[in-house]
Design a binder for this molecule. Structure first.
Ligand code: URA
Length: 420
């Protein structure tokens, strides 16, 4: 699309009109080819955030993103896939992908990088020395056939339109629109060729969708879009009012996945969501009594072994997983008064962790020592920050913990479910 037509399309979207399907096709193709520049694409993304996208536009954008690259086909392998809409300490993918593979169901996952304050699965995996996620389609396929699972990035060959638009949205504060999020996610799932998909739609202060009703709308949109491509899917709406796991930061979240699969440390909320998502994936693949299969795969060490094999296949250096430790220096952050940990500001901690990893690399970040609901005395450890700058961020990290005389009311972790 040439510059004057693109300018007119942006103006129409800005003024609330819907763009036609062939316009979305031309816009995405032009953006990937470089004939639509970043300035115009960013302006269009901002107009979408303000005006929203109608279902037909979201579907057209998703189709255009899928068509920007190759689509994988798996013959009889029938892999499944899962995707989160983005949260803090959301290490579910790194745990669930090998766990489900260890239960006998192949998983072929196309993931994304950090977006806004939320962590990206690709960055977490790449925090381990040697690991690559830019797998060519043939390498991705071969690994799923051999190991039973793989986690790969969008690339010049797989959904390049999403790769470029995703990075642009991260830089231009144009992430939180249901249509843009749904098109980005569903395009990856369709291009990845999974036969059944489970979405983990985050709801709460630490998610892009703050209210449960907005998150339920997004869950319905994701499943309806997926159905339009002829694939079944299920969406769980899960709570993201506070960090899900107890480690925040790329390598620290991988370390948490390692310890979870080894059975040495399992944060309660993370465990509930991992079991729910893994169960939904296994059920979608026709597995009976998925809870028992999950338990066996965890207890026998099969899930951990699959995790090691997946990382090794993607280039992890021998011994790197065992050697993963938090960066130094470490700064303890303690409670200045007694009380209940009523709320933890997940966005603030996600942003602090992103700053720490930018300065100190993959092993920097934050450990949350007292989840919401805990009772603390003066001087008890709330969190530990790791890496260069750990001390200077301590006041912001402490402020993220809201201490109160009264406990917060308990909330369900899985708020709603829908399928199509
Ligand atoms: N995850 C994605 O892949 N895309 C989004 O837009 C948000 C979360």
């Amino acid at each position: 699309m040439d510059e004057p037509r693109m300018r007119r399309a942006i103006a129409r979207k800005r003024d609330g009109a819907a763009l036609a399907a062939d316009e979305w096709t031309e816009i995405v193709a032009g953006f990937v080819a470089g004939t639509v520049g970043e300035a115009q694409m960013a302006a269009l993304a901002m107009a979408c955030v303000w005006r929203g996208l109608a279902f037909e536009e979201t579907l057209a954008l998703t189709r255009a993103l899928v068509a920007s690259g190759e689509t994988l086909e798996w013959a009889a392998l029938d892999p499944v896939d899962k995707h989160s809409t983005g949260g803090v300490a959301d290490g579910v993918s790194a745990i669930v992908v090998p766990l489900v593979a260890a239960c006998g169901i192949p998983v072929a996952k196309l993931s994304g990088r950090a977006l806004g304050h939320t962590g990206g699965t690709l960055d977490k995996l790449e925090a381990l020395p040697g690991v690559r996620t830019d797998l060519a389609p043939s390498a991705f396929r071969a690994q799923v056939e051999r190991v039973g699972c793989a986690i790969a990035a969008q690339s010049e060959r797989l959904v390049p339109g999403d790769k470029k638009l995703y990075a642009l949205r991260d830089r231009t504060a144009t992430v939180p629109d249901a249509g843009l999020i749904a098109a980005s996610i569903v395009s990856k799932k369709i291009a990845g060729g999974a036969v059944a998909i489970v979405y983990d739609v985050k709801a709460g202060r630490g998610a892009f969708m703050h209210g449960a009703s907005e998150a339920i709308e997004l869950a319905r949109l994701l499943t309806a879009l997926t159905r339009a491509f002829g694939r079944p899917s299920r969406a769980l709406v899960t709570d993201m009012d506070e960090p899900l796991g107890s480690r925040i930061g790329t390598g620290l979240e991988l370390l948490e996945a390692r310890d979870f699969l080894r059975g040495t440390h399992r944060a309660a909320r993370l465990e509930v969501v991992c079991r729910a998502v893994a169960g939904a994936l296994l059920r979608s693949a026709g597995v009976e009594s998925p809870e028992e299969r999950i338990e066996r795969a965890l207890a026998s060490g099969a899930a951990y072994e699959r995790f090691e094999r997946m990382l090794a296949a993607q280039g992890a250096r021998p011994g790197a997983l065992d050697a993963l430790v938090p960066a130094t220096p470490a700064q303890r952050i303690v409670a200045e008064r007694a009380g209940f940990v009523r709320e933890i500001d997940a966005v603030a901690l996600g942003e602090c962790a992103r700053e720490l990893t930018a300065r100190g690399g993959g092993a920097a970040g934050i450990a949350v020592m007292t989840p919401a609901g805990s009772v603390v005395r003066t001087g008890d450890e709330l969190a530990i920050s790791y890496g260069p700058g750990a001390a200077s961020l301590a006041p912001r990290i402490r402020d993220a913990f809201n201490l109160n005389e009264a406990p917060a009311a308990a909330r369900p972790l899985v708020v709603a479910e829908c399928s199509a």
